[in-house]
Design a protein around this ligand. Structure first.
Ligand SMILES: O=C[C@H](O)COP(=O)(O)O
Length: 225
């Protein structure tokens, strides 16, 4: 399973990509609006921070397939080949994917059922984004749906990956990993939740104490001089 960060906050992105293995940035209209910035400045700012080797998902806002197609082409021109067109599930979205997927990778988002994902994949989407926590919150089994979708796509050999979205805890992420989800996109605070463990902290503190008992404040390079 690979990781992306789900934010439009440039400072969060800078921080997380420095310390964690992040394949890309996903955004949505809520996250983008939260930054209260000129849209073009924000998008180019994120583009410049993540560079050309990480993917950048920006969600389209058009009401029709034709509007979405125009938006996606303009965004690709601005961002580059690492742009992924994030397209809301629905009739217009599927129609847009059938054209756009010949020009750029597409992610169909707001996926809440297995058949939505299957339709998106058949339309040509490279990614589908099921909303894990939002489904879990209503007792609809978000983790199970995301994992079933991953299994279904792999079973049929479809070139489409699950980007699990909307996570609130480590268990959801881990269960998606065990269930074959290809990617998860997480809020910034989740990365430290995944990386941390009290036994890790106490183990490392023990090494530090034992080292200092003999070598004091010397570091390895001091002792190799
Ligand atoms: O784009 C979709 C978001 O990842 C949804 O996340 P959320 O449920 O935390 O708003």
């Amino acid at each position: 399973m690979r990781y992306m960060i789900d934010t439009a906050n440039i400072e969060e992105i800078k921080d997380i990509i420095e310390f964690f293995p992040i394949e890309g940035v996903t955004t949505n209209p809520t996250l983008v609006s939260k930054e209260k910035m000129d849209f073009k400045t924000l998008v180019t700012g994120i583009r410049d921070v993540i560079g050309p080797d990480r993917v950048f998902f920006v969600q389209l806002r058009g009401d029709t397939a034709e509007e979405m197609i125009e938006e996606a082409r303009a965004l690709k021109k601005l961002i580059g080949d690492n742009y992924v067109a994030k397209i809301p599930m629905g009739r217009a979205g599927l129609k847009a994917v059938m054209t756009l997927s010949k020009e750029m990778p597409c992610c169909v988002t707001a996926i809440c059922s297995r058949q939505q994902a299957m339709l998106a994949a058949r339309a040509g989407a490279s990614f589908v984004a099921p909303y894990v926590n939002r489904l879990d919150n209503i007792g609809a089994g978000g983790v199970e749906i995301a994992c079933d979708i991953a299994g279904m796509l792999d079973h049929y050999g479809l070139p489409c990956e699950v980007v699990g979205a909307s996570f609130k805890n480590v268990d959801q992420v881990q269960e998606c990993a065990m269930g074959g989800c290809h990617v998860v996109t997480l809020k910034a605070e989740m990365f430290d939740m995944l990386a941390g463990h009290p036994l890790t902290d106490s183990g490392i503190a023990g090494f530090d104490k034992d080292w200092k008992a003999f070598y004091g404040e010397n570091k390895i390079l001091d002792l190799l001089k």
